[in-house]
Design a protein around this ligand. Sequence first.
Ligand code: ADP
Ligand code: MG
Length: 212
Amino acid sequence: MNKKDFSNLPLSKEMLSNLNEIGYKEMTPIQAQSLPYILEGRDVIAQAKTGSGKTAAFGIGLLHKLQVKKFRVQSLILCPTRELADQVAKELRMLARFKHNIKILTLCGGSAFGPQLGSLRHGAHIVVGTPGRVLKHLKKETLSLEDLDTLILDEADRMLDMGFSEEINEVLSFVPKQRQTLLFSATYTDEILDISASIQKDALNIKTVSTE
Ligand code: ADP
Ligand code: MG
């Protein structure tokens, strides 16, 4: 048994064949270390350098539990910039190719507000966005996160460096207490531990060491 095989995880046949089709033959180290716990529903802090496959680690986790028939926002991914949010949405769409009718919406600053309202009225399963713009929609009640069960902070270290901690905390006041919270970061700092302590429960720390 190869520990890096995706087939060791309790994933659907469709998910496994899609991973194979998109060329993900085996798990990267951060995926192999974090996915078993993510799929169990644990809160996780996952630190690994850029390019190590963190998006698929949380993407496979959230798609695994997403209910397509329930047309409500079930996952929110906060990213530091619009470019990163677009990249995450693109990768999620690739990972979700086999799930038809899944709606992934990006909500970022720097994009016009009006068209986002139209998209939100049509509904979504997953929202990927920047903290400021997501908060704006929450305050205007154009976005509801009442049914959220997974919150992800991607590039959490960068979001903190960019001064988003206040906005992130405000977003937190709109999401259910009962949820899975995943924190992804390229670095492992005291600030990451602080925010983990305030938003996660019994979080498991997974650090991968750079071999460079
Ligand atoms: P990070 O967020 O850690 O910087 P990404 O999630 O952006 O890294 O992944 C980097 C690249 O690796 C992407 O092009 C992604 O499609 C690819 N990738 C991720 N997981 C795998 C895998 N298991 N096998 C092959 N390629 C992968
Ligand atoms: Mg990333």
